[in-house]
Design a protein around this ligand. Structure first.
Ligand SMILES: *Cc1c(COP(=O)(O)O)cnc(C)c1O
Length: 393
């Protein structure tokens, strides 16, 4: 039996009749741009995450772009963000003409390490984009304190963390803006592209809404240059169907993560990353090397409600490719998120070079295994058995 990394049909096909009914309803309405489906979906997402305002967008990427534009970030500005993330986080910064300034990450929680950010701030620094990577919140108390001290705007890239919480607050609702993605592999996966921007500021919400639609207000009058970053009514209608089942998807992912942690952590050569190790690479690596660990399991902090967009192992001693090939030979889907940290991407060659040792280390060690909610117990057991076999090889 093979176990895919993700099986969107296992999630969507059981909803076939509900999805077709949603399609029919939009078809019959003849309303394809904006309208009730989009507004209702925005309200439902605002409610889910606990934000005052939600604005449907054409993608998670466009939500980040729109947030930067609404904050007036552009030419000559600098924006702090992690290097160990998906490209869109930093790509949007460049697209508005600003400069991404990469901050190193924490080897235990995979998120931005604020201890490394202070030395990177200057008078051009305008914002910081923490990413809640793999579905677990970044250290938002530290982010907000750092942003306050330095007068920075905060955009939370919560593409992988819709519905995740940090100390009870919805990821994406703590900074000035939060952004979500409905790319099919995200926790609330659409049938195409889609995204959402949230904020608690009426002023920022108004500005974003104008820019979403060509900076037009009133119709055919343009005070600003915006774009077309709108979410389709059809996509909103389909996503509303899936949102009704979101609780099951999240609990499925959490059950799968608990199962892996329970079954994998007792194996010889496996350790769990720990909160005590967070944001302190030197002591952590010393500890791990000494303990003969081969694989480090991800940790879910007690103050976070981790929603497990990915379940990401760290494979030590340069053996990641070996485990990856071993799993693929046995039909177990796995993937490296992300193999090249952003400061090493060719498009950023012109940016000043700074050492980001943890980002590079993670890019060389990480391997994500199947965690999607519809995994069966026998599929999970197969993944576990394959990892156990590799450990004893
Ligand atoms: C997926 C993702 C995005 C972009 O979302 P799209 O909807 O694919 O444009 C941005 N940031 C992170 C961290 C992501 O994982």
């Amino acid at each position: 039996m093979s176990v895919p990394l993700l099986d969107v049909n296992a999630q969507n096909l059981p909803l076939e009749s509900e999805l077709k009914a949603a399609f029919d309803s939009v078809l019959q309405s003849g309303r394809f741009i904006m309208g009730d489906e989009v507004t209702s979906f925005e309200n439902e997402i605002a409610e889910l995450v606990g934000a005052k305002y939600a604005i449907g967008c054409s993608s998670g990427t466009d939500a980040i772009l729109l947030a930067l534009m609404a904050l007036g970030i552009g030419e000559g500005d600098e924006v702090l963000c992690p290097s160990f993330t998906f490209f869109a986080t930093a790509g949007c910064v460049s697209r508005v003409g600003a400069i991404p300034v990469f901050v190193d990450s924490c080897p235990a929680c995979f998120n931005i390490d604020l201890a490394k950010a202070g030395e990177l701030v200057n008078e051009n620094t305008k914002a910081i984009i923490p990413v809640h990577l793999f579905g677990q919140a970044a250290d938002m108390d530290s982010v907000m304190e750092f942003a306050d001290e330095n007068g920075l705007a905060v955009i939370e890239d919560a593409a992988q963390a819709i519905g995740a919480r940090y100390k009870g607050l919805g990821c994406g609702t703590i900074g000035h803006f939060g952004t979500y993605s409905f790319f099919p592999s995200k926790n609330l996966g659409g049938l195409g592209d889609g995204g959402m921007l949230v904020t608690n500021s009426e002023e920022l919400a108004d500005q974003a809404r104008v820019l979403l639609n060509h900076g037009m207000k009133p119709k055919y009058y343009h005070q600003f240059v915006g774009g077309n970053f709108r979410l389709d009514a059809l996509q909103a209608a389909l996503l509303r169907v899936k949102l009704r089942h979101y609780g099951e998807y999240s609990s499925g992912r959490k059950e799968n993560a608990s199962y892996y942690l329970e079954k994998l952590s007792p194996l010889d050569g496996v350790v769990v990353a720990s909160e005590a190790d967070c944001c302190c690479v030197d002591t952590q690596n010393a500890g791990l090397r000494a303990s003969r660990a081969k694989i480090v399991l991800p940790v879910a902090y007690k103050h976070n409600d981790h929603i497990w967009n990915q379940f990401t192992l760290r494979v030590l001693d340069g053996r990641r490719e070996e485990l990856r090939e071993f799993l693929i030979e046995r039909g177990i889907g796995c993937e490296v998120y992300y193999p090249v940290p952003l400061h090493r991407q060719q498009c950023f060659d012109d940016l000043p070079k700074r050492p980001l040792p943890v980002s590079e280390q993670l890019a060389g060690e990480v391997l994500s295994i199947p965690i999607y909610p519809e995994l069966t117990i026998s599929q999970k057991d197969e993944v576990i058995a394959a990892i156990a076999a590799w450990l004893t090889e």
